[in-house]
Design a protein around this ligand. Structure first.
Ligand SMILES: *Cc1c(COP(=O)(O)O)cnc(C)c1O
Length: 397
């Protein structure tokens, strides 16, 4: 039986083996194992790629978020608005600093922060918003930035899953005060361990972040505030620089795979593409009935966005059991798939003390989503195997 993993890191890294070994050898011999030219060269390349004036390579995407919040002075008594439907780190960083994450509901089409719900959850204690560009597609930034400006809130874009995505032609991570990226192996620019990056066009915020990366130390052994060890390794940066040369091709191949899925699956009875309005104008329940007739809903890329398709995420409407049935069916056929994310953050045990917020869409999505393989090296035969399995599941259902 054909094996189709959810992600195949070796398929991507294997062809680069010689180049990657040469990087290791170069850095080994350089003797420079903390910060220095390799890290700076990677930062410069990320600035060029994202059109940012400043960037800082750090230990992980999580730490990029944490440093951004610290640089903005977020702490005890503050509230930070975050989507309920995202990876844990987005809200975990807020809570670690003693601030309260306020959970905002999301759009059922693009899975991102719903500006309507955002506006309703702002309070006098609100200090910042962290829009997440989930699965590779950017959130409704015009609406979010308008609300932020109106209430004098800072914006950190959690672009861990979307470096290189575009919103009206603008790069993810460059529209807020900070943008943060992750190079965790499953992200589009997948590294060889943990690494992250933050970008900003604000020189003062950049300086603060840079000092926070080394324990808040400036000058050497003098600390006017407290930071941490948030450094990225030169080795990791050197290896990522090799992969960055291929990054646009990786993203193009993911886009191509997503388009093939959409072309092949839209013709199958029971599968449709989400086709109702953008989250900026979706306050209606008018689609709820129509939606319940569908067995599988394909993800949709809005015309003003260009997604990098970090995930290709289906929705299987229901109480969770139809989705779980499809997941079991695909797994039995050696097709990798995963639920991102099974528990909305406002229902996580660790947040129950600070999260009375209601997020019905996030709760529903956690019962309906299933991500299938879309990685760049997925070949046509594998892609068709995924589609055929889904089609046979629907037939037998
Ligand atoms: C991966 C991810 C992070 C954290 O990045 P790490 O590098 O794993 O620390 C944060 N937010 C989102 C949305 C992510 O997907």
């Amino acid at each position: 039986m054909l094996n189709v993993p959810l992600l195949d890191t070796w398929a991507q890294n294997g062809p680069l083996e010689n180049e990657l070994e040469a990087v290791f050898s170069r850095i080994l011999k350089s003797g420079r194992y903390i910060l220095g030219p390799e890290v700076e060269a990677f930062e410069k390349e990320i600035c060029d790629f994202t059109n940012s004036t400043h960037s800082l390579a750090v230990s992980s995407g999580t730490d990029a978020l944490l440093i951004s919040l610290m640089a903005l002075g977020i702490g005890e008594g503050d509230e930070v608005l975050v989507p309920s439907f995202t990876f844990f780190a987005t809200a975990g960083c807020v809570r670690r600093l003693g601030a309260r994450p306020v959970f905002v509901d999301v759009c059922p089409v693009c899975f991102n922060l719903d500006p309507h719900d955002l506006a309703g959850k702002i309070s006098p204690r609100s200090k910042a918003i962290i829009p997440v560009h989930l699965f590779g597609q950017m959130a409704a930034m015009n609406e979010i930035l308008e609300i932020a400006n109106e209430h004098n809130l800072r914006v950190i874009e959690d672009a861990a899953q979307s470096m290189g995505s575009l919103y009206n032609g603008q790069q993810a991570g460059t529209l807020g005060d900070f943008g943060t990226f992750s190079f965790f192996p499953s992200k589009n620019l997948g590294g060889f361990g943990d690494c992250g990056m933050l970008v900003t066009n604000n020189p003062q915020l950049f300086e603060k972040a840079k000092i926070l990366r080394v324990h808040g130390m400036e000058p050497k052994y003098y600390h006017s505030f407290i930071g941490g060890n948030f450094r990225a390794d030169p080795l990791q940066c050197g290896l990522l620089r090799i992969k960055l040369q291929h990054y646009e091709e990786y993203c193009r191949q993911r886009r191509d795979n997503a388009q093939q899925y959409i072309d092949l699956m839209s013709n199958i009875a029971g599968i449709t593409q989400a086709n109702y309005p953008h989250c900026q104008c979706s306050n209606s329940d008018s689609t709820a009935n129509e939606e319940s007739e569908r067995k599988i809903i394909l993800p949709l890329e809005y015309p003003h966005n260009q997604s990098i398709w970090n995930q290709f995420t289906l929705r299987i409407p229901g109480d969770g059991s139809p989705r779980d049935k499809l997941k079991a069916y695909l797994s039995a056929q050696n097709i990798g798939c995963e639920v991102y994310y099974p528990v909305p953050l406002h229902q996580q045990e660790c947040f129950l003390d600070c999260a009375p917020d209601e997020c019905p869409v996030a709760t529903q999505l956690s019962k309906e989503v299933l991500s299938i393989p879309v990685y760049p090296e997925l070949n046509r035969q594998q892609l068709e195997a995924v589609v055929n399995s889904i089609a046979s599941f629907l037939k037998n259902d």
